[in-house]
Design a protein around this ligand. Structure first.
Ligand SMILES: [Zn+2]
Length: 327
């Protein structure tokens, strides 16, 4: 689940070349960092980004300068997308992302300190992601020079193997269904017996429906307390919701994949990056008319290039008129 309706973790993983480090960086940016950035009102990560820009204001606690929940109600879909992205980062780079200010384990209390956890993840810029990903391939230092990443972080030796296993699972699920049983088409996706059994076994073992309790500790002054000048920790409860929380990378990918079974099965090919796009109804009609379709972020990139090209062409066409005449 990403904030981009046209992108799915499992389908992007299916198309990912695991020997291509740059492609893996883009995958982590889209599925781990982007949802955290959205939650905090920051722009999506992109290669060559300078200062991270913010489209929405974020409140910081004046006492410890940690990010806080905004005052307005926050879309739970954004929180859920962040939790999936956070888990992807945690499974790929265990020990790198968790904030030192968070004391509960994510799996024990998935809803605790949501904004606090999102902060170090959202703050990872493209070059830092490149160093993190290089670490999985045993290239370079493996630990970016980022204050939010633990000095003790050591890249995991098993992350790439886990990604390959998850990729193989999705590949087998989308492979040819076998003739295990007589098949009747009632509009559902067909799957081979072995793929269906494996997917179900992973979901049964590694993903659970949880009651997510949004709990934060915030530092406050108690003006009626014995010492009004002393900061005290206050537990703040923002209520509960149900969500499926995967407990392994395989579980995360399997969950994302089975969710796509409920969606419109039509996918297309992005005219910008060439990867599969989950079609929105508008895009499906564009595709039928033979018009190009894009991922939401690729479409934005395409528009920027298009406007730039137009401006350049206009400047080139206008150039002769700009030459001062000496007549
Ligand atoms: Zn694309």
């Amino acid at each position: 689940m990403s904030n981009d309706r046209t992108r799915r973790l499992s389908l992007d993983l299916l198309a990912l070349d695991l020997n291509d480090r740059a492609a893996l960086v883009a995958f982590v940016a889209a599925h781990a960092v982007a949802p955290a950035r959205t939650l905090l009102g920051m722009d999506r990560p992109h290669p060559g980004e300078g200062e991270i820009t913010r489209s929405r204001s974020l409140t910081f606690n004046a006492l410890d300068m940690r990010p806080m929940w905004p005052n307005e109600t926050h879309p739970i879909a954004e929180v859920e997308a962040f939790m999936r992205g956070f888990l992807l980062a945690r499974f790929l780079f265990p020990g790198a992302i968790d904030s030192q200010f968070v004391h509960a384990d994510f799996i024990d209390l998935p809803g605790s300190s949501v904004f606090e956890r999102a902060f170090p993840l959202s703050w990872l810029r493209w070059p830092a992601l490149e160093v993190l990903v290089d670490g999985l391939y045993r290239v370079g230092p493996g630990r970016p020079d980022e204050p939010t990443i633990s000095r003790h972080y050591v890249p995991s030796q098993s992350s790439l193997g886990q990604l390959a296993e998850a990729q193989a699972l999705v590949r087998s699920a989308l492979g040819e269904p076998d003739d295990f049983a007589a098949r009747v088409d009632i509009g559902l996706q067909a799957m081979s017996h072995s793929a269906a059994m494996s997917l179900d076994a992973v979901l049964r073992r590694d993903s659970r429906t949880r009651l997510v309790w949004l709990l934060d500790t915030e530092w406050v002054f108690d003006s009626d307390g014995p010492d009004p000048g002393e900061a005290i920790p206050l537990d703040v409860d923002r209520g509960v919701f149900a969500a499926v929380i995967p407990e392994s990378l395989l579980g995360l990918v399997a969950l994302d994949f089975v969710e796509t079974l409920r969606m419109d099965p039509r996918t297309g090919k992005c005219a910008q990056c060439g990867q599969p796009v989950v079609l929105t109804p508008q895009q499906a009609s564009r595709a039928r008319k033979g018009e190009p379709i894009y991922h939401e972020d690729c479409g934005a990139e395409h528009r920027v290039r298009y406007v730039r090209d137009c401006q350049r062409r206009r400047r080139q066409n206008a150039a002769p008129n700009l030459t001062p005449s000496h007549g």
